[in-house]
Design a protein around this ligand. Sequence first.
Ligand code: BG6
Length: 487
Amino acid sequence: MTASTQSVDPFDLVIFGGTGDLALRKLLPALFHRFLDGQIPGSSRIVGIARETLDDAGYRAQLREALIGICDARQLDVFLQQVFYRPLDARKDEGWDDFAALIGSEPEHVRVFYLSTSPELFVDICTRLGHYKLNEGASRVVLEKPIGRDLASANQINDAVGKVFSESQTFRIDHYLGKETVQNLLVLRFGNALFEPLWNAGHIDHVQITVAETLGVGHRGSYYDRAGALRDMVQNHMLQLLCMVAMEPPSSLAPDAVRDEKLKVLHSLKPIDESNVSQLTVRGQYRAGVADGASVPGYPEELGNNKSNTETFVALKAEIANWRWAGVPFYLRTGKRLPSRVSEIAVTFKPVPHSIFGGDAGTLAQNRLVLRLQPDEGVKLWLTIKHPGPGGLRLRHVPLDMSFAEAFGVQQPDAYERLLLDVVRGNPTLFMRRDEVEAAWHWAGPILAAWADSGEPPRPYTAGSWGPSAAVALIERDGRTWNEDGE
Ligand code: BG6
């Protein structure tokens, strides 16, 4: 075990949706990495659940294919001995007795039930778990996003899950909160005396949050077409990032101290509804183009449906109505099939109040703090300095640039690695509380409703571009521009 990992007591982790994309691409690799660091004790079990008829050996063979690149085969085989499979249908009785017997009835043993399924199944699964008393003692349930598709359906799910699992047993996961840079935002803001005095409307001009992906929707079309970018990315990941930037200092990192502050931000978001949706939001849908150097089809062709009005891109201007942030726009932008995969938070400070430099020196650029979530997680602080050497004062805008991988010589763990172990240890700080999810839907719902009422389709954009030109106009109207790659 490396010096920086902590030991973990034995646990059982059951993944509903165990053959799905998330399980194979993210959850199992994350668990395997934690195993390699000695954090999955030998008596722990990982149980995959899905409807497919498979046995332990068949499931292990699937996982071997998915995980083989990560490490040598010998270690993988040891890990796979701790992995099991049970075929179950949440809506049928068959197999549940056997499953309950496998999990056992020792309530002090940590049992994590990870629901990586469509939210329509959350209630059925939880009801069954309750029926077999698998919700007792140190049991926990993890709910993947999206929780519902609006406030009413989220409430329905939360109510039903709440009948089986208490709020303290319920972990609503948003994997963006497990990303290293998001954690680092807390440390940068509250572990340095430098930023906090400037972290307000007096000194900050605006904030941009970009989550750009080059991938299209691929085989997730049937889920994605019912969701769209606002439900898939903005209502959860992007609002959580916004909260981490904007919240007041919590008194500690105690779970409710942090979540109380995030909730206040969500409650302070200015409404966007039919009265202002066309000025404050832009929705787009990609068309055929070039992404990652290859020709790619448009969203309608990928989906096989020309009539879809689902947005694959959103840009919007949010505002927070409180003393700290009054008048500071938060520009949010996310989309599929954009030119590069980049997620970052860029905080631009106000210009200096008066320039003492003559016109020959060049223009004074605004300071900007850029937190890069991916790729190459790190921080850049853009400063104005003098170009070295003679020839008079020439101003240059240059970054203090720190890549975490270079600075610390380590690869950052995937967000799911941290979050899965937080669930096992019972630490909910980085998970969404019910009231946060509700507040996020409360803000997002009227935007969705206003789009639907307008009857306007999303604006087309070419795959490989930065979205519809209206997204550029959205920010340029305010005399600002989107942050270019890396600046
Ligand atoms: C998921 C969304 O929550 O986040 C996906 O459902 C998206 O559509 C993904 O691609 C992005 O996550 P990451 O960690 O790759 O930025």
